[in-house]
Design a protein around this ligand. Structure first.
Ligand code: SF4
Length: 232
């Protein structure tokens, strides 16, 4: 079977960013994963939240042990984000539901990989998808997030109403939208097709675009833009 190129919602965003990074992604190159500190903090936090909700219950401060292996600044962000989670969700009983984090679209030659956030079932059996950020910015449920969610989780929750909650744990704010993913799967497929056409065209034209994106680019190790630095 033909190997599928891996794409993420980040690759499909409105501004596709560096064409060289996209060219490598679409050619099936996985590169080398770069974990920046914020990613590590959020991964730790999501793990602790999932564990806290391994049974139907409220999270408590004990569910967020001090991550002593992180640097002091990172621990401070972890503690602030954990307190934010307790402030926003600490009074609600919830149980984690495991869902897929990838979906193949052989008709488009890609596999979509995405982290939808913490998916939980509440005491009344309703479903919440908690998309968690710690950026101290007002969160918004964006249509592209809805499309990515529909592509990823349609088979789980096709006609079951879900609530997508976009959260910023440092701003202590959230935005939410009730959805039936069945209503979004067709426009989501059209969105995927059109975004793939855009990024494939950009990748074909090519070019390097250095900037903040390089910080966690999986191809920075072999990127021509940094060749002179590597030779030093
Ligand atoms: S390191 Fe920067 S310039 Fe090089 S491929 Fe990645 S994003 Fe593009």
């Amino acid at each position: 079977m033909e190997e599928l190129a891996v794409v993420s919602p980040w690759d499909l965003r409105d501004d596709p960013g560096c064409a060289e990074r996209l060219r490598r992604r679409l050619a099936g190159d996985q590169g080398r994963f770069v974990a920046n500190p914020r990613f590590q903090i959020m991964t730790r936090l999501r793990g602790d939240i999932s564990l806290a909700h391994s049974e139907l219950r409220r999270p408590t401060p004990k569910d967020f042990p001090d991550p002593e292996d992180l640097f002091e600044e990172e621990r401070a962000v972890y503690r602030a984000a954990a307190n934010g989670y307790l402030a926003l969700f600490g009074t609600t009983n919830a149980r984690t539901i495991d869902v897929d984090r990838f979906k193949d679209f052989p008709e488009f030659g890609v596999q979509l990989r995405a982290n939808p956030g913490i998916v939980v079932e509440l005491a009344d059996h309703s479903i919440q998808v908690r998309s968690l950020r710690a950026a101290a910015r007002t969160p918004t449920v964006r249509i592209n997030d809805v499309y990515a969610l529909a592509l990823l989780l349609h088979e789980h929750f096709a006609e079951t109403p879900i609530e997508l909650v976009a959260t910023d744990l440092l701003a202590l704010e959230l935005d939410s939208q009730r959805l039936v993913l069945d209503d979004f799967i067709e426009p989501a497929m059209a969105w995927l097709a059109s975004r793939l056409a855009v990024i494939r065209a950009a990748a074909q034209i090519g070019g390097l675009q250095t900037g903040v994106e390089c910080n966690d680019c999986p191809f920075v190790w072999k990127c021509p833009a940094f060749e002179s630095i590597r030779r030093r």
